[in-house]
Design a protein around this ligand. Structure first.
Ligand code: KE4
Length: 428
């Protein structure tokens, strides 16, 4: 059978790029098959190099709350590019983007722009250690904060001792500084503070988990983290790389009313271009060079094209009712998908917070990693391909979040629900 263009490109790519992709989850290894190479996106749609069109619920893993190629974003990037792509010197729109972020997040007095969520989270840990003079960090199993060495860590054999690397190349000594707790289980956090009373610089948490699939914080979980860190002189870091400007304009911290000491951001604040950020209250941010002794730098941090896209995106997200529109679209979708699974008598659980969601092949409830891990990932893979064959693009992994944008119309969503019903029927 004639190879598709995506298949040809994937073979070509694998000759010069490890695994043929520049980020592993794009490889489709979790769901098998060839990843479609995308030629263009427009609104709620993407089109691959073979001309197949898909309604897109991946949304580039979260940045595209406005959908693909929003005119305001494209125009801002084109205008910035016409004046040059990088200066290694301050530009006006860096200030504008920083002011918009500080205005949106009362917990952030000042913010440093970087180039990715990884860089933001990596630096936030360094900042917490600089501020507290302590070395241990608590993270949660199932939370992902990018690929910095100290964050590619899983629970070690003795859960109250240090972590172990989850990646080759991470020295045990780096992993030893990371302690692993259980998401939505405050007692696991208290236990670590009892074991390491004066050593913990910070807790870093996804305030709404997105990287084990969407798992909302249990009632009291986030306030409990705020309380235990305050009682122990540690900092609370909210990793809002996904949730920032996604679940609300003020992020998860505004939705749940919990104020972190440091917030990390990415994705939406760059409108699809490479922007990350970390920020917090002045007392903490005073540590950051050139003000203070904690060093962090970046040639392309605050890049004029990236900040132009970010400013245009946040400007559009300030329009009235945008978040109501996003949530209404997600509710319409999830109601329809849930009904389709019910008609097909296939056990499923859908977790949703605002316009981020995950459908689990799992009878549920799915409120903790141990429950997430019971999901039928093979069924998810078959489902994902059946939807792809029917013009609907969802994450190529059960353990990721899906997203709608303001570009997803009722017609898109109703068409998606039909595709879901057909896919479930085909899977039998
Ligand atoms: P980046 O370095 O990929 O910009 O951000 C790392 C990161 C940090 N924190 C959270 C909560 C994140 O979700 C991420 C990155 N998200 C993944 C998908 N869930 C990116 C996709 C990929 O790795 O290709």
């Amino acid at each position: 059978m004639q190879q598709t263009r995506s298949q040809q490109l994937f073979e070509q790519a694998q000759r010069v790029i490890p695994g043929g992709v520049n980020s592993p989850v794009r490889s489709f290894r979790a769901v098998e098959g060839t990843p479609p190479f995308i030629a263009r996106g427009n609104g709620s749609r993407v089109r691959d190099v073979d001309g197949n069109e898909y309604i897109d619920y991946l949304g580039s893993w979260g940045p595209l709350a406005l959908g693909h190629a929003h005119p305001a974003v494209v125009e801002a990037v084109q205008r910035a590019a016409a004046d040059g792509t990088s200066f290694g010197a301050p530009v006006e729109q860096e200030v504008q983007l920083a002011e918009m972020i500080c205005a949106a997040l009362p917990s952030v007095d000042s913010v440093r722009l970087v180039n990715s969520g990884t860089e933001a989270c990596m630096t936030a840990l360094r900042l917490a250690r600089a501020h507290t003079g302590r070395s241990k960090i608590i993270k949660f199993a199932g939370n992902y904060h990018g690929h910095a060495d100290g964050l590619l860590v899983a629970a070690g054999s003795g859960a109250l001792t240090h972590g172990v690397p989850t990646s080759a190349g991470v020295p045990e000594s780096y992993a030893a500084e990371t302690l692993i707790a259980t998401y939505n289980d405050l007692s696991s956090v208290e236990g670590l503070f009892e074991a390491w009373p004066d050593d913990i610089a910070a807790i870093i948490v996804e305030p709404v988990a997105g990287n084990m699939g969407v798992v909302p914080p249990a009632d009291g979980f986030l306030p409990g983290l705020r309380d235990v860190t305050q009682r122990n002189g540690s900092l609370l870091i909210f990793d809002e790389v996904i949730t920032g400007f996604r679940v609300a304009y003020g992020g998860a911290q505004s939705l749940y009313g919990v104020t972190p000491d440091i917030t990390t951001m990415g994705k939406i604040i760059g409108g699809g271009l490479p922007v990350g950020a970390y920020g917090g209250r002045s007392e903490v941010m005073q540590q950051v060079a050139p003000l203070g002794p904690m060093y962090q730098a970046g040639t392309l941090s605050g890049n004029p094209l990236a900040v132009a896209a970010g400013v245009a995106t946040l400007t559009e997200l300030q329009r009235p009712d945008v978040y109501d529109q996003l949530e209404a679209a997600a509710i319409r979708l999830i109601d329809g998908v849930t009904a389709a699974f019910s008609r097909a008598e296939i056990p499923s659980t859908v977790n949703r917070v605002a316009s981020m969601f995950t459908g689990f092949f799992n009878p549920g409830p799915v409120a903790a990693l141990a429950q997430v891990e019971q999901s039928d990932t093979a069924a998810y893979g078959r489902y994902m391909h059946a939807l792809l064959d029917r013009g609907v693009y969802i994450a190529p992994s059960q353990f990721e979040a899906g997203f709608v944008s303001i570009a997803h119309t009722d017609a898109d969503i109703d068409r998606t629900i039909v595709a879901v019903s057909d896919a479930l029927a085909a899977l039998g």
